[in-house]
Design a protein around this ligand. Structure first.
Ligand SMILES: CC(=O)N[C@H]1[C@@H](OP(=O)(O)OP(=O)(O)OC[C@H]2O[C@@H](n3ccc(=O)[nH]c3=O)[C@H](O)[C@@H]2O)O[C@H](CO)[C@@H](O)[C@@H]1O
Ligand SMILES: C=C(OP(=O)(O)O)C(=O)O
Length: 419
């Protein structure tokens, strides 16, 4: 299995180009199933999850073309199957996002239940109930969600809890339903807004995306268009934390600071001097060690769970004690045990981690368990003395485009050992 090897101790300096958002491109790729014609998508990140989604769409008969700038054109007019098989869904939970579009556009869908993953159990009953509120008949048989509806009709659904892909799935289905749908307690994440903007460009009639109440007036057809994906706020946040931890100065380019308020506040609390422009964010530590931060993860606009592991890594070498509480996923502290192997001082009490910063950690072999855990181990390797080897690095390729190259251009001593 491929590994990343890091020799720590270099402050990071320079510019890094941020890619399109994984969590926006995945629902947008699924939304291509709703269109009457080809959709072309720009600012597509080169990620394993994007390849998996293309394989999934391709297996259904969607015709896909990728140009040299990685613009993807998807033409769903001649699909041959409305089944999402277990083999693909098991490698990427976001495959569930094809459920709503397939049902709305073709009247039936069979999607393998995604099941849990390293960070938690991650059920999808809200997706199912939301679609049932639009008139779908849904059953779960032999590990598959089987959904059917001649034509979905507008309905009202109040989500039991805030769910990002649940909101996206029901939103996509409602776009082609007959009549008006009102969705309450919706996720307000920027990626939900980006999906809604893409659907609106396709001809959907949607109000309120980015608030907790979304109203969708269903339309009869959605058209092929071009759409550029939002920058990845989690990738940007990860590089900014890398700059802060190493006492360096890093500018993340092609970013949207307005989607990152909670993360930027924590970087300032850590002692970073921030400069924000329309499309860039600079952190400058002026050579200083970061201060510990306290944070609690919660749905947007609060602090994102997808940045928790990176700030845990920052706290391991920061000045002071930082308390981190994870409220979204029940098992998202896997990186903490690995960080202890580098000498981090961490006490875990339920969903809270109390991290006392140490002056210096030392490199060691570590094992990545999930996407953001991998990122946090790489960040820790950047500051640990000596060599750190992060194994099972395939997790990181799901969500970071060429992370070692990007960190390398900032001055990190990092390389990938192929399997
Ligand atoms: C592809 C994508 O966009 N992934 C993001 C999305 O995941 P995803 O959309 O899967 O996460 P959700 O927002 O659905 O999950 C939030 C919480 O709700 C629970 N829940 C969710 C649905 C449901 O039917 N029942 C239920 O109990 C989950 O187990 C979890 O505890 O949002 C997460 C929370 O911001 C991020 O960490 C992921 O990066
Ligand atoms: C948890 C994440 O992704 P996914 O929902 O695709 O597993 C993530 O991006 O951190």
């Amino acid at each position: 299995m491929a590994k990343i090897v890091i020799t720590g101790g270099e402050p990071l300096n320079g510019d890094v180009q941020i890619s399109g958002a994984k969590n926006a491109v995945l629902p947008i790729l699924a939304a291509t199933l709703l269109a009457d014609g080809p959709i072309s998508i720009g600012n597509v990140p080169h990620l394993h999850d994007v390849t998996t989604t293309m394989e999934l769409l391709g297996a259904m008969g969607v015709q896909l073309m990728v140009d040299e700038k990685l613009t993807i054109t998807a033409d769903p007019r001649f699909i041959t199957s409305t089944v999402a098989p277990y083999e693909l869904v098991k490698t990427m939970r976001a495959s569930i996002l094809v459920l709503g579009p397939l049902l709305a556009r073709f009247g039936h869908a069979e999607v393998s239940l995604p099941g849990g993953c390293a960070i938690g159990s991650r059920p999808v009953e809200q997706h199912i109930r939301g679609l049932q509120a639009l008139g779908a008949e849904v059953s779960v048989e032999n590990g598959f969600i089987k959904a059917r509806a001649e034509r979905l009709r507008g309905g009202r659904y109040v989500f039991d809890m805030i769910t990002v892909t649940g909101t996206e799935n029901v939103l996509m289905a409602a776009a082609l339903a007959k009549g008006t749908t009102v969705l309450e307690n919706c996720a307000m994440e920027p990626e939900v807004v980006d999906l809604a903007n893409c659907l609106i460009a396709m001809g959907a009639d949607i109000e309120g995306a980015g608030t907790n109440r979304i109203v969708v007036h269903g339309v009869d057809r959605l058209a092929g268009i071009h759409y550029d994906v939002l920058p990845d706020r989690i990738e940007a946040g990860t590089f900014l934390v890398a700059g802060a931890m190493t006492g360096g100065r890093v500018t993340a380019r092609r970013t949207r600071a307005d989607t990152m308020d909670a993360v930027l506040v924590k970087l300032e609390e850590a002692g970073a001097h921030l400069t924000v422009t329309a499309d860039s964010i600079t952190v400058d530590m002026r050579g200083k060690r970061p201060r510990s931060v306290n944070l609690t993860t919660a749905p947007y606009p609060a602090f994102p769970t997808d940045m928790q592991a990176q700030f845990a890594a920052l706290n391991t070498i920061a000045d002071g004690v930082g308390v981190i509480t994870e409220t979204i996923f029940e098992n998202r502290f896997m990186h903490l045990n690995e960080l202890q192997r580098l000498g981090a001082d961490i006490r875990i009490e339920g969903n809270t981690a109390i991290i006392r910063g140490v002056a210096q950690m030392t490199g060691a072999p570590m094992m990545a368990t999930d996407l953001r855990a991998s990122a946090s181990l790489v960040l820790a390797g950047l500051v640990a003395k000596g060599e750190t080897v992060v194994d099972r690095i395939y997790h990181i390729d799901r969500g970071y485009e060429n992370i070692e190259e990007k960190l390398g251009t900032l001055g990190a001593k990092i390389r990938r050992l192929p399997s």
